[in-house]
Design a binder for this molecule. Structure first.
Ligand code: HEC
Length: 205
């Protein structure tokens, strides 16, 4: 469910960005013919559908998110500010306002991309800590909000780590690149990745 929502959200955002970019280009180049065509019922319904889909899936993802980061709040604020500006800008043919609304939407998209480059929460452990103790601390700081301390929580569509059958290489790959709503942990070196992989596997039942 969460995965389908994420893909639908991304797709509707893309369509929305393309549609509004074209609308803006037509407005700025005084292309009256294209602008009139965009006012036809078919395009208006398409516009309404993707806007609704984009907002509805966005709200769903927001309420089911394990945590919302500052950059994501900025993104959400930009989207909501852009809506009335876009309505006024495009209805009245006001070029500065229409441009501002499209810039805000593209800015919001940039924020979303930036928020994805999630920074890893560092851990401090006692000097005598064993590798497994260090790994546990890393897991508690970075993973339990979705997977739970025992790996079985499965928030935001997270996989159950107790029943996971992935190989070390597959886990490392997911950690490096992220997968759907799982963020990537690209900042860890091989040694740190190996540690967290062993810890993750130690949760298996
Ligand atoms: C924001 C929530 C979130 C955080 C934080 C998170 N994960 Fe995940 N994780 C997920 C989701 C969602 C999936 C399922 C991805 C998919 O297959 O679509 C997943 C999948 C996985 C899988 C694959 C399991 C399988 O069998 O498919 C592993 C392994 C994993 N996570 C380990 C970790 C580790 C280790 C950390 C911390 C370093 C972590 N995750 C942090 C959400 C999260």
């Amino acid at each position: 469910m969460g995965t389908g929502m994420l893909h639908t959200h991304k797709l509707s955002v893309m369509l929305f960005l393309v549609l509004y970019l074209f609308k803006l280009i037509f407005l700025l180049t005084n292309n009256a013919k294209a602008m009139a065509a965009m006012q036809k019922k078919g395009w208006r319904i398409f516009d309404m559908c993707i806007s609704t889909l984009f907002l509805a899936t966005g709200i769903y993802l927001l309420i089911t998110a394990p945590e919302v980061k500052v950059l994501q709040w900025v993104k959400i604020a930009m989207v909501f500010i852009s809506i009335p500006i876009a309505i006024i800008g495009f209805r009245k043919g006001n070029k500065p306002l229409a441009t501002l609304s499209v810039l805000l939407i593209f800015g919001a998209y940039g924020m979303a991309e930036a928020a994805k480059k999630r920074s890893i929460q560092p851990v401090t452990v006692a000097s005598g800590a064993t590798p497994m103790e260090t790994a546990k601390a890393m897991f508690e700081k970075n993973c339990i909000q979705c997977h739970g301390a025992d790996g079985a929580m499965a928030l935001a569509g997270a996989a159950n780590l107790q029943t996971s059958k992935l190989s070390d290489a597959e886990i490392t790959d997911i950690l490096r690149k992220g997968k759907n709503r799982m963020p990537k942990f690209a900042g860890w070196n091989d040694e740190q990745l190996n540690l967290i992989v062993s810890y993750t596997k130690s949760l298996r039942k």
